[in-house]
Write a protein that binds this ligand. Sequence first.
Ligand code: 5GP
Ligand code: MN
Length: 342
Amino acid sequence: MKRFDENTTEKVKELLGSEVKNIVIIPHVNPDGDAIGSSLGLNDVLRNAGFTSVVIVPNDFPTYLNCLGGEETTLIYEQCTWLCHQLINQADILFFLDFNDVKRLGKLETYLKECNKPIVLIDHHPDPQIKADYMFSDTDVSSTAELVYDFIESLEMLDHLVKNGANALLTGIIADTGSFNHNASRPNMYRIVGDLINRGADKEKINESLYNNFSEKRMRLLGYCLSEKMEIYQQYKTALIWLSAEELKRFDFHPGDTEGFVNYPLSVKGIVFTAFFIEKYDHIKISFRSKGSFSTNEFSGAHFNGGGHRNASGGEIKLPMQEALLLFRSLLPKYSELLEKD
Ligand code: 5GP
Ligand code: MN
């Protein structure tokens, strides 16, 4: 099935068939299951097709994603900056995956600004702000992993998609849809899922590593958040959870531990908007989620330097935690009309 602009597809096909040998794939900072899954899936296909390809992630990723082989094929920019610079310099083309704004490159942004390499963007976020030479952007799909499959199919490279790559792509789809719970109504996604399983992807194993692989401390942190830290503002159909650096330390926080926490309050009857504030060393990182028409990405863009999708977005702010929370709470009355719609 071809959904991409034929011209762009043809040009990329031509490039890959001629001058391109070395490829670097880059997902967004604080990579999640889709960022890692789509990158490793594409990487596997390109390697099987004979290219020299690596994945460079801006910073470390959650350990539950190691089962995809990420440990062996992925370099972490913050940990081996010099080597990453070499690989980027040698690259004939760069693939940017699962983000729509260069700010999401983290510390890599500065270096990549200077280097003049052709860029292919594959992403499912709205309003891409990246000047890519070749753009594969579609907000209707479940995930970037789904889009990578479409990309591989359009380039007639599906023969190179085997077990490892299929597992990685299915991980991306499962992670971004919350196991087929949201953004998962389009039949084409299920066609792709079926084909990935045919190629050896193991749905049970992926579910185990994504959802049944947590430390005891992480489970207790979740319990603590729900019983002690969840604030419900019924009149604004909103819930809020926040965690200080001290609390994170107390529960032996590791990257990825709090992934998904922001979704839980949406199970409370009447709640359509949730926010999760977490204290980092020099800023507050925030996740937003909503049900229905409330645009969390517009809210995040307007007040918290962020963006994302309508129902799932993020942002950050350089304020002390209590001031950031005050700001958030003070904004709710201004949005009450929009929140009431759902
Ligand atoms: P999460 O809350 O899981 O970190 O992110 C949810 C969604 O929002 C993802 O699609 C992610 O790419 C996007 N997102 C998260 N943080 C930011 C941010 O600081 N800026 C922008 N533009 N998007 C973000
Ligand atoms: Mn994604």
